[in-house]
Design a protein around this ligand. Structure first.
Ligand code: C5P
Length: 227
């Protein structure tokens, strides 16, 4: 069977990564979570105090971008690849609300996008990849054979993210999570460089009322007729 490139884009917490992982596993493709890469750069910026609630030293971060090495290593217990920053597994650390609060600001910096997009394109150069993010079908792989654009109401998405954070044991308020989802939606779709928009040739799926199984069946059907 020929291998294709599958781009899954959409707003925050639409369940992109869930369906992307399921699809990659089913097809024997590589799954790449591009959001994890933006989160890794954000985590680096936080560790070096380049970004906080009070200030953001963009120049200092941009100067240090060469010091950042992001890699993925497959975890067979979990069934997906975890993200590493300079050799350290940061999969758990990057999923906090704190990182979510800063990540869209970091992801709006053109130098950060340039660096990560190059790496993402390299990871997908042999096809057989499912990548999820915000600009995969528009910028990273504009020629992807299959493009999906996922949506759901902000309320539904915030509830899903809230449940995930509570399950991890994080202490968060629902309203804070909802505010973060809405803020990221706004910044991601209004930034100058690679704003989040639906590619003209993407298939839109609103999963507000779909179970995981129904969503996966829908995406798999589209993938099967494309391959
Ligand atoms: O997918 P996830 O919610 O983990 O992404 C975190 C953030 O990374 C997004 O809100 C967005 O600001 C940024 N991002 C991006 N482009 C991508 C993937 C993520 O700008 N391709």
């Amino acid at each position: 069977m020929k291998k294709i490139t599958i781009a899954i884009d959409g707003f925050s917490s639409t369940g992109k990564s869930t369906v992307a992982k399921q699809l990659a596993k089913h097809l024997g493709y590589v799954y790449v979570d591009s959001g994890a890469m933006y989160r890794a750069v954000t985590y680096f910026a936080m560790q070096h105090n380049y970004i906080s609630s009070e200030a953001f030293d963009v120049e200092a971060l941009v100067e240090k971008l060469d010091d950042i090495t992001i890699s993925f290593q497959f975890n067979s217990d979990k069934g997906f690849a975890e993200v590493y920053l300079n050799g350290k597994n940061i999969e758990h650390d990057i999923r906090t609300l704190e990182v979510s609060k800063f990540v869209s600001k970091v992801a709006a910096i053109p130098e950060v996008r340039y660096l990560l997009v190059k790496q993402q394109q390299k990871m997908g150069q042999d096809k057989g990849v499912v990548m999820d993010g915000r600009d995969i079908g528009t910028v990273v792989f504009p020629n992807a054979e299959l493009k999906i654009f996922m949506t759901a109401s902000a309320q539904t998405r915030a509830q899903r993210r809230f449940d995930e954070l509570i399950e991890r044991g994080d202490e968060v308020e629902f309203d804070e999570v909802l505010k973060n989802v809405q803020e990221r939606d706004y910044i991601d779709s209004h930034r100058e460089d690679s704003p989040l928009i639906k590619a003209a040739d993407a298939t839109e799926i609103d999963n507000s009322h779909l179970t995981r199984e129904e969503q996966f069946a829908k995406v798999l059907h589209i993938a099967t007729i494309t391959i």
